[in-house]
Every structure is written in structure tokens, then in C-alpha cells.
Design a protein around this ligand. Structure first.
Ligand SMILES: O=P(O)(O)O[C@H]1[C@H](O)[C@@H](O)[C@H](O)[C@H](O)[C@@H]1O
Ligand SMILES: [Mg+2]
Length: 272
């Protein structure tokens, strides 16, 4: 049966309900997914068209924090892949500290196509779709454009390692930025929401060693579509699996941060 359903989404970017539509499309097209059918790779939502999957591979894949925690491999192939952190800010959640989010990213051919981050306690839905802009509850997002570190609010997170050597490096990085006269440095307990604050212009830079691809996938699309930049801590292009990032409102700010940092090694998501 040739399906021509359009899992279309309005141009202003997806909302969970449209995403739900895409998911409904997937549910409505079980034969698509069973026989390895793809969404049209030219358009992440696209038309759910029927054509044979190459080498009969299953079509969409999932990379999720809890699956990785129970031993699943984090390998980003060319297949359409959902990259999910179901609760970002778990420690906050158990303390009833209201900085908790759900993060859902989607990649096709290893290109991040769209991201959705839902700030559960504030009912703020951040969305971004490649080439179609970034939004919070339908309001367009723009980064601050700040290039002066002395006027910048810099966000970071501690990362999971707490051994003395790692903590020394973490604190040393924070000290370096404060010595460089950063206007402020903040740790809020959720990398995805910190990155959304950057996309909204409420912060000017973010860096972290020890986060994961599921923290970065959705937020990277949202920041890029808000006019920001997301790179590796080396100053090179983002490596989604490298467990490290610098994001900023401008390339100048990103390079200032990257040059100040000492590396903390957390390995790679695709090598664990
Ligand atoms: O709460 P989960 O298990 O998602 O872990 C998150 C940490 O809580 C954040 O500090 C950290 O910045 C990352 O967001 C990390 O994913
Ligand atoms: Mg997380």
C-alpha cells in the first residue's frame, strides 16, 4: 500500500502536538516502520513515503539516556534517530527544585533536524527546526549577540565526576572565567534548560565537560536557529558524541570561552 499521508508541520516550527502528529503518523504507518520505511530525508517531518529501506535496515533509531544507562550503545548512524533525555535535571527533580526538562532531538543522516525541550514546571515549550527558526511557546527566540565577556552571563554544569582532580579542574575553569571578568557564572542543574536560556538571550554563553548527546541534540538546533553557535571545547566544530561543548551568542564569545578552558576528559558517548 502506498501511503501519501502528509505528516506536515506548519512552517513556524513544530510543537509537541505537531510532533504528536508525526508520532501518530508513525503509529498510523506501522507497516512503514516494520518494513524499514523512512521519513523523507530531505524533510525531517516530510511525507511518510514508501520506498524500500537500503539493506532492509530498520528505519528509525533511538538514543536515550536511560537506555544508555542500561548498556545500550550510543551510535548515531545515518538512519533517522530520536535522541532523548526524558528527565534532564534529575537531581533537581528529586529535590523538587523547579529546573527540570524533557529533551527530544531528531537527526537524519547525522544532521540535527529539530529539537524540542519542554520546561515542565514552567510550561515553556522550546522548539527549533533546521532552517525554520527557534521558538518558545510560539515566540521567536534570538540570542543576545553579546561579544564582551565582562557583560556576559556564563552558564555551566559540574558534570558527573566528583573526584578531587576533576573538581579542581572544574573550579579552576570557573575561576579563570571570573578572573577574565565574566559578569556572572551560574550552575542551574539542567544543561538543556541552560542552553535554552542562551537561545532566549537570557544568558550569553555555556560550557560543559561531562554532558551527553541527549543533552545537546535538541538544544543545538534551538540555539543555532536562534542565531547562536555551538562548538567543541577545542574551538572546532561540535562533536555530538564528545561529551563536551561550548555554546554562545556569537563566535567571538564562544572562542573567548574555549580558549580559557582546561579540558576535563569524560570520554565519548559512542565509546562507552
Ligand atoms: O538529570 P540528568 O540525569 O539528565 O543529568 C543531568 C545533570 O543533572 C545536569 O547537571 C547536567 O548538566 C546534564 O543536564 C545531565 O544530563
Ligand atoms: Mg540530562
Amino acid at each position: 500500500m502506498h501511503r501519501t499521508d502528509v505528516c506536515s508541520v506548519p512552517a513556524q516550527g513544530p510543537t509537541l502536538s505537531e510532533l504528536g502528529t508525526v508520532q501518530t503518523c508513525a503509529e498510523h504507518c506501522p507497516e512503514c516502520f516494520r518494513s524499514g520505511l523512512f521519513f523523507d530525508p530531505e524533510n525531517a517531518f516530510g511525507r511518510c513515503k514508501q520506498w524500500p529501506a537500503p539493506q532492509g535496515r530498520a528505519c528509525r533509531r533511538f538514543i536515550a539516556e536511560e537506555a544508555a544507562a542500561s548498556g545500550a550503545k550510543c551510535v548515531l548512524t545515518h538512519n533517522p534517530t530520536w535522541i532523548i533525555d526524558p528527565i534532564d535535571g534529575t537531581c533537581n527533580f528529586v529535590h523538587r527544585f523547579p529546573t527540570v526538562a524533557v529533551s527530544i532531538g531528531f537527526a537524519v543522516r547525522q544532521e540535527l533536524e529539530f529539537g524540542v525541550i519542554y520546561h515542565c514546571t514552567e510550561e515553556r515549550l522550546y522548539t527549533g527546526r533546521r532552517g525554520r527558526g527557534a521558538f518558545c511557546n510560539g515566540q521567536r527566540l534570538r540570542v543576545s549577540g553579546e561579544t564582551d565577556l565582562s557583560k556576559a552571563l556564563v552558564l555551566t554544569e559540574i558534570g558527573p565526576k566528583r573526584d578531587p582532580a576533576t573538581l579542581k579542574l572544574f573550579l579552576s575553569n570557573m575561576e579563570r572565567l571570573l578572573h577574565a571578568k565574566a559578569h556572572g557564572v551560574r550552575v542551574i542543574g539542567s544543561s538543556t534548560l541552560a542552553l535554552c536560556h542562551l537561545a532566549s538571550g537570557a544568558a550569553d554563553a555555556y560550557y560543559q565537560f561531562g554532558l551527553h548527546c541527549w543533552d545537546l541534540a535538541a538544544a543545538t538546533v534551538i540555539i543555532r536557529e536562534a542565531g547562536g553557535i555551538v562548538i567543541d571545547t577545542s574551538g572546532g566544530p561540535l562533536d555530538l558524541m564528545a561529551c563536551r561543548v561550548v555554546a554562545a551568542s556569537t563566535r567571538e564569545m564562544a572562542m573567548l570561552i574555549a580558549q580559557a578552558l582546561q579540558t576535563i576528559n569524560y570520554g565519548r558517548d559512542d565509546e562507552k
